[in-house]
Design a binder for this molecule. Structure first.
Ligand code: HEM
Length: 280
């Protein structure tokens, strides 16, 4: 848009002489001018579209999607060799897992009778079902791997140091919840692998300090096999239908919601801490 024709709100735009405009700008120029200064156009595009550093910045900050990105980044920040893009790839896999996970929910019943056969049916009878399942399963493996690499990168570039120490702690919480998402998802196919992995994993919860009936101070605090943390996780004293339902609800609702909230805080903190950390 021609910046010279961008009128301020105070200008009396309607009273511009159309004949004079056509004379000076020609018909296309006059139409461009009128459209560009119309109320409808300006309610969408609130600034000039001229390519200057200022209007580029205005474009980013006045758009609901673009404003999620900073208007300015440090030169080294988008370099692959600095971040390895591991945080970005972890976030991307989280989005892929959310979309494929919701799609999987259409074919799955969280009960002992149906769960395993739902997965087999999905693989063998649903078009692209095997692909959908594998995208979710391999995506989950990838997210666990990339989140560790991201943490390693942050450590190696010293990005955990002040003022980013708070975001490091948010990151640790994200790591734990990523692992919990992976763990709860493991049980859902109700196959031998998942069943025994969760049996072993939840048996470890018996030894939780204070909260497990075999852990330090557990007995002192009145913990038994029927009221401790393992009992709460499984909805009983062994891996069965209740455990499957609990894993399903945590996996599909509780944990993704918690991760989303912490991700918002994580990204917000990056901006508040001055963007990606500087070079070492
Ligand atoms: C679900 C898991 C996570 C996601 C999606 C995520 C995402 C991101 C993204 C996109 C960035 C921008 C820079 C980059 O891509 O490297 C970032 C930066 C950061 N992350 Fe994470 N992150 C996660 C987990 C973690 C963990 C486990 C830690 C550490 C314990 C951590 C600590 C940090 C810190 C300190 C920064 C700022 C780095 C800097 O300024 O150079 N994050 N994160």
């Amino acid at each position: 848009m021609d910046r010279g024709l961008w009128l301020s709100n105070k200008d009396d735009k309607d009273k511009l002489d159309i004949r004079e405009l056509i004379k000076t700008k020609g018909l296309p120029g006059a139409i461009k001018h009128y459209v560009g200064n119309s109320q409808i156009w300006r309610s969408f595009f609130r600034h000039s579209l001229e390519d200057t550093p200022k209007t580029r910045m205005q474009t980013v900050i006045s758009n609901v999607f673009l404003h999620l990105h900073p208007a300015k980044v440090k030169r080294h920040a988008p370099l692959f060799k600095f971040t390895w893009c591991m945080g970005g790839i972890t976030f991307f896999t989280f989005l892929v897992l959310t979309i494929t996970g919701v799609s999987l929910m259409f074919y799955y019943h969280p009960n002992v009778r149906d769960a395993y056969w739902d997965m087999k049916g999905l693989e063998n009878h649903v078009p692209f079902g095997l692909l959908l399942r594998n995208l979710h399963r391999w995506g989950a493996h990838l997210m666990v791997i990339t989140v560790w690499f991201h943490m390693f990168r942050v450590f190696m570039t010293g990005s955990y140091k002040p003022p980013r120490e708070f975001n490091w702690v948010i990151g640790v919480v994200l790591l734990v919840f990523t692992l919990l998402l992976s763990f709860t998802g493991y049980l859902l196919p109700w196959d031998q692998l998942g069943f025994w992995a969760v049996t072993v994993g939840t048996n470890m919860a018996r030894s939780t300090p204070g909260l497990g009936h075999e852990g330090p101070f557990g007995e002192l605090l009145g913990m038994t096999a029927y009221n401790d943390i393992r009992f709460a996780l499984l909805g009983g004293s062994m891996v069965g239908g209740n455990a499957l339902l609990r894993a399903y609800i945590w996996h599909c609702i509780g944990l993704p919601l918690i991760v989303s909230i912490f991700l918002i805080v994580h990204f917000w903190r990056i901006r508040k801490d001055g963007g990606i950390s500087g070079k070492l």
